[in-house]
Design a protein around this ligand. Structure first.
Ligand code: FAD
Length: 473
């Protein structure tokens, strides 16, 4: 295993109990099952993961709403209660995976090369006195790892490219990757939330992961702001923010976070409560480091129009004039310093996940919009399928890396990657459209999906069940 980054940092990652990394992922139950099955989940610090079984989704353009309540659906069909998903910091997961690799290798991670970059890949040569490597990839390595002797070249019977969106392995294999940039950024941050009075339902929970199945995730679509804002629960009244928005808005939030974090908190609270017009206006306000208003919603009892146009004051003034959804998240009270960052959002799909002696997985094979939190889940499902393919090849004495053997992996994963990426892209397009007709059609769709009674209820329950089964993997 070759990795350009310093894996010892990942192996020794620690964080105070009340701080969380801004890079966190929502794992489906089947991803967690897979991680349990390979023996890695036990090394993931469970006090830092947060399962949730409910999701509130609504549209800022027309306030139509859809709710996924796994506990209620399970009760309706007398099925075992499971989490809808589990939030995990990526660093916690990576540390757990490395601990499991270390346990399995038993030789001090002899085949794990950290701080080692694949500088070039080319086909090997046919050595008349030795092996014919002309169809084997040969990797030239450049290493800064001083803890062990790293070879300068490695020949691979099977080269697995899990090397991200710009995959050098994919380029070497000549596999086409098509797609587009969304011209949007995913703004992430770690937030602190006000505890709700009733922690037993519809709130972020501060109980242990085993008993905290009542935590809720929230997502509001804001087409005029560039995309959805999502709040995903982390333990002890923390949450992970993923706000897909325009590059200008992302730059505005980032610059504001350095000088005026209270205003960022006010903007995020506003994004779950105010109209899109109000929000657009708030994105034009200057930074106000001397804000005298608290950005917490608990201080929103002063409905006079502010003399100083701070973000928090605007929120406090506009809130009483805006109809409120009962399903908004608890008030955000804190922004963990240094956690607000943004990532460009892109869509890519490879024309194949295999070529002779090469298999692609994860973002190297497919990169998708994060609105449904499926990118890493797809990558883990790829890994599972590739392991099964290799095990099948070994059991049947096949040449590992031969394209006939790898075809099994491609058949299991390529169409699935195209389907999930396509559905997520379609959702992004539908929920990115502004305008009366688009909003009306979306609203109708969401109302039907949210129904429990009559023909709409039949359809709604069916579609909700389908979506939840997809989430389960
Ligand atoms: C804002 C945001 C939120 C998201 N939320 C979720 C979520 O909730 N759930 C979910 O499932 N997914 C989520 N995703 C998607 C998820 O983060 C990605 O799908 C996942 O991280 C991809 O992992 P990967 O290992 O395939 O690629 P990467 O994370 O890009 O890793 C590639 C690795 O290859 C290494 N590498 C590259 N080139 C070389 C080289 N030449 N030599 C050596 N090493 C090399 C890099 O150092 C890197 O470590 C989110 C994405 C974003 C942007």
């Amino acid at each position: 295993m070759l990795e350009a980054q310093d894996l010892s940092k990942a192996q020794h990652w620690t964080s105070p109990d009340d701080e969380f990394s801004n890079r966190a992922s929502s794992l489906t139950p089947s991803s967690v099952d897979f991680l349990q099955g390979i023996g890695a989940w036990k090394y993931v610090d469970q006090s830092r993961v947060q399962p949730y079984d409910e999701m509130q989704v609504w549209d800022g353009a027309n306030e139509s709403r859809m709710q996924f309540d796994w506990a209620a659906e399970a009760e309706r069909y007398n099925a075992p209660r499971r989490s809808l998903a589990t939030m995990t910091e990526n660093a916690n997961l990576t540390r757990g995976l490395l601990a499991r690799i270390s346990e399995l290798s038993g030789d001090g991670e002899g085949s794990l090369f950290s701080r080692t970059t694949v500088a070039a890949i080319e086909n090997g040569e046919d050595d008349q006195d030795g092996l014919n490597l002309s169809s084997w990839p040969v990797l030239s390595l450049s290493s800064a790892d001083t803890t062990k002797s790293v070879p300068s070249r490695i020949a691979a019977r099977l080269l697995i490219g899990a090397d991200g969106i710009n995959s050098p392995v994919r380029n070497f294999a000549g596999i086409a990757s098509k797609g587009w940039d969304y011209n949007r950024h995913g703004v992430v941050a770690t937030l602190k939330l006000e505890p709700k009075e009733d922690q037993s339902f519809d709130s972020f929970s501060d109980s242990s992961p085993e008993e905290s199945a009542s935590a809720t995730a929230y997502q509001r679509f804001l087409p005029r702001l560039g995309g959805p804002i999502a709040l995903l629960p982390l333990p002890n009244n923390h949450a992970s923010l993923v706000w897909s928005t325009t590059s200008n808005n992302a730059a505005y939030l980032k610059s504001l976070s350095q000088t005026d974090p209270e205003s960022v908190i006010a903007l995020i609270n506003a994004a779950f409560r105010l109209s899109q017009t109000d929000l657009e206006y708030m994105f034009t306000l200057p930074s106000t480091p001397s804000s005298t208003f608290s950005s917490s919603l608990s201080s929103s009892s002063a409905p006079q129009h502010p003399n100083s146009y701070t973000h928090a004051a605007e929120l406090a003034w506009r809130l009483p004039h805006t109809p409120q959804t009962p399903h908004a998240p608890p008030s955000i009270t804190g922004l963990q310093p240094g956690t607000l960052a943004s990532f460009p959002l892109r869509f890519r799909q490879s024309s194949s996940y295999i070529s002779p002696r090469v298999a692609l997985l994860g973002d190297a094979a497919h990169t998708i919009h994060p609105l449904a939190g499926q990118g890493l889940n797809l990558g883990l499902a790829d890994a599972k399928a590739l392991v099964e393919t290799i095990a099948y090849g070994v059991a049947h004495g096949m040449d590992l890396g031969d394209v006939m053997m790898l075809e099994r992996y491609n058949a299991a994963r390529w169409a699935e990657g195209v389907k999930v990426g396509g559905v997520v892209d379609l959702l992004n397009k539908v929920y990115g459209m502004d305008g009366t007709v688009a909003g009306w059609v979306r609203g109708l769709g969401m109302r039907v999906l949210g129904m429990d009674e009559g023909v709409g209820g039949y359809l709604g329950r069916g579609v909700r069940g389908w979506v939840m089964r997809q989430a389960e993997g």
